[in-house]
Design a protein around this ligand. Structure first.
Ligand SMILES: *Cc1c(COP(=O)(O)O)cnc(C)c1O
Length: 353
């Protein structure tokens, strides 16, 4: 007798983000801003008071309350996770069973299909339209035709940078009977959140992350927002001490500084605008891209037949962006970082002609 891995397990490979020492990282949509001095000092004080021999608060009550206050919602609807990534896995595990169907609308965040697949859930995919927008009517039709159990999508979308207006998302949620998981990871950069009305829907879970606009990628903190019935399930299904005390402390400090965070957000948006405008200027000068997609996020997606070559050439210059087939996704960085990637791209464009 010998233990054998199943075919599914044999084919698994670890998620491999670009690792190594690169001078400029524009590949993971993190905030480029350094930690604010006052926030850092407050956190260090709070850190020194953590009883490290004790388990963390299982419900992460303080940080959930701070999150709720920050966004003007009730903490009764909020569950914290070890990044929203963990919450995707918890939700898939709790709400879906083997053989159930999850619908994703591609291109979108790859983790939805990944966790569903791992749980034995059948992943159905539908393509976005030619502008990389979600065709809401087509999604509704597919849900009904295929008896889909859950639709999961990001709005605004990573990697497309496109945003769906509130009204279209409402129409989707109210037109289907299945669970809708709405990943608002980039909603700080846009204006169409449905968090304020989550209690009106019996089938909506919203995911938020502190890894992007709020600059907390290192400590892993995300939230699920849903009506009390769905929230009870998420809280029951998660592992008891999923968010560690250091993360709870740091998140609580950051979320107490609404004004500072608002300023940080404006800086990121200004950087995104600078990057987008400069890419459009390159396009006008050289007609070098097949497409630059408009964006409501902190990154810009461009399409070019040179994507792979330019990705490698940028990497050789110690600049990393994200390669996705014939597209490059570039995160807005500091002014210097934006300038570096734009200068390098211009050079590559000139030599590719
Ligand atoms: C980055 C990202 C996440 C993951 O956020 P974490 O809270 O860091 O796990 C989730 N969804 C989308 C669409 C993302 O781009």
């Amino acid at each position: 007798m010998a233990y054998q891995l199943s075919e599914k397990l044999k084919n698994m490979v670890p998620y491999e983000p670009i690792s190594g020492d690169y001078a400029i990282r524009l590949d993971a949509n993190e905030s480029f801003l350094p930690v604010d001095k006052e926030i850092k000092a407050e956190f260090i004080q709070k850190l020194s008071e953590i009883p490290f021999n004790r388990y963390p608060d299982p419900l992460a009550a303080e940080v959930c309350r701070k999150f709720a206050d920050y966004y003007g919602i009730s903490a009764d609807y909020v569950t914290a996770g070890n990044g929203s990534d963990e919450l995707i896995s918890v939700i898939v595990g709790a709400f879906l069973s083997k053989g159930d169907k999850l619908l994703t609308v591609m291109p979108d965040f790859s983790m939805y299909g990944f966790y569903a697949d791992l749980a034995g859930v059948t992943v159905l995919t539908q393509e976005k339209d030619k502008n990389l927008n979600i065709d809401v009517d087509a999604v509704i039709r597919t849900v009904k035709r295929e008896k889909v159990n859950c639709v999961m999508f990001s709005n605004p979308c990573n990697p497309t940078g496109q945003g769906l207006p509130r009204e279209a998302v409402r129409r989707l949620i109210t037109s289907v009977d299945c669970l809708v998981v709405l990943d608002e990871a980039y909603m700080d950069f846009y204006t169409e959140s449905l968090m304020g009305e989550v209690e009106q829907y019996d089938n909506l879970i919203i995911l938020r992350t502190c890894s992007k606009a709020l600059g907390l990628a290192a400590v892993r903190l995300g939230f699920a927002v849903a009506n009390p019935t769905l929230t009870a399930v998420i809280r029951a299904a998660k592992s008891p001490y999923n968010v560690n005390s250091v993360t709870q402390a740091y998140g609580s400090v950051v979320l107490s500084h609404k004004e500072k965070e608002r300023e940080a957000l404006q800086e990121i948006l200004a950087s995104r605008e600078e990057l987008y405008t400069a890419l459009v200027a390159l396009q006008e000068k050289y007609q070098c891209f097949d497409r630059i997609y408009p964006t409501v996020t902190n990154f810009v997606l461009i399409e070019t037949s040179h994507a792979k070559d330019w990705f490698e050439a940028l990497k050789a210059r110690s600049i990393v962006v994200r390669l996705m087939g014939s597209r490059l996704r570039i995160t807005a960085g500091s002014s210097d970082e934006n300038k570096a990637v734009l200068d390098a791209l211009e050079e590559l464009i000139q030599t590719s002609k």
